[in-house]
Design a protein around this ligand. Structure first.
Ligand code: ADP
Ligand code: MG
Length: 311
């Protein structure tokens, strides 16, 4: 059966420098095009942690030392990271398609994701971004700019931003139109640029939306059949890294919830994936989520590996 699939790519699909990224996306494009060649409709989402970190840090450092470089707001850094990653990814997928004689257009949509500006996450920002500062500099930024600055493991002070939940995708109609016309779309890069609506305006917020949650939201909005989260491990485990480690092929929602309770999934890495998988699988009958590695995407879809989260 041909499915509509949202594929969420993790850090290992991209790499940390432009050269690395070009190499990595060439590799990443193959399993994605395998899915397209099998007849599936594929929408691609991806993370941006190291990339937005690099852009934000570079802009911080440059604006501190040069009058020619303005301060770059965090949402703008997120937009830059979507363009930078989308540029490489769309070209790699395009090339892989053309090598297989498939004439399918590929494009990246700069994507804004609506959040609740009263999300409780804003009360306790936890994600460090940008440069390190001295205590004095940090205090100045707190009073002058209202940044939240926290001491980071003895290395100095860093700005921290919140991680609110995604509510809606501002460009959903554009993404749907492209998908319905059999075009390959890259969207919600880095979880999307967090915004809230005020009248006719969308206002960017300095925050980071988890890419796994944003991908699940996009899959729900597009009425996808499958959410596939591709990461560095082939399966999800309980007792991960311990001697009684056990890799899982299938997880029902209630099992997944029990394992979350028991603390089997690390916050910030596997936990958001399992939670995103649950939220998609329980959103409607027949929706399935799969967590596996990039290399095993096709085998995972074929039911040979990965961890499937089902209702
Ligand atoms: P991504 O960049 O793909 O989001 P993350 O590093 O955030 O990747 O999350 C994937 C990582 O989660 C795996 O590489 C693995 O080291 C870790 N992990 C934590 N808990 C588990 C678990 N219970 N089962 C499998 N992997 C886990
Ligand atoms: Mg992650």
């Amino acid at each position: 059966m041909k499915d509509k699939i949202v594929v969420a790519l993790g850090g290992n699909a991209l790499g940390n420098t432009p050269e690395e990224q070009i190499q990595a996306v060439r590799h990443t494009a193959k399993p994605i095009v395998d899915l397209i060649a099998d007849g599936h409709e594929v929408i691609i989402a991806h993370g941006n942690g190291p990339q937005v970190g690099m852009i934000n840090l570079a802009m911080d450092v440059a604006s501190k030392s040069s009058a020619a470089t303005p301060e770059m707001p965090f949402p703008e850094c997120g937009a830059m990271s979507q363009g930078y990653i989308g540029y490489h990814l769309q070209n790699a997928i395009r090339e892989e398609l053309l090598e297989r004689d498939m004439q399918i257009p590929v494009a990246t949509v700069v994507t804004q994701v609506i959040v609740d500006k009263n999300d409780s996450a804003f009360e306790n920002p936890t994600k460090p971004v940008g440069a390190f500062y001295s205590k004095e500099e940090a205090e100045k930024l707190m009073t002058e700019k209202g940044f939240v600055m926290k001491e980071d493991a003895g290395r100095g002070y860093r700005r921290v931003v919140a991680s609110p939940l995604p509510i809606d995708v501002a460009e959903k109609e554009t993404i749907k139109t492209l998908v319905d016309n059999n075009q390959v779309v890259i969207a919600v890069g880095g979880g999307g640029i967090p915004v809230y609506a005020e009248g006719n305006k969308l206002i960017g917020i300095p925050a980071v939306i988890d890419k796994d949650f944003a991908s699940a939201k996009l899959a729900e909005i597009l009425d996808a059949d499958y959410l596939i989260i591709l990461t560095a491990v082939e399966q999800v485990a309980i007792n991960f890294g311990k001697e009684n480690e056990q890799w899982l092929s299938t997880l029902t929602i209630s099992e997944a919830e029990k394992y979350i309770e028991e603390g089997h999934f690390a916050p910030g890495s596997m936990l958001p994936k399992v939670k995103a998988a649950i939220s998609f699988a329980e959103s409607k009958e027949g929706r399935k989520a799969l967590i596996t590695s990039l290399e095993k995407a096709s085998a995972g879809i074929a039911g040979q590996t990965g961890t499937r989260i089902v209702k």
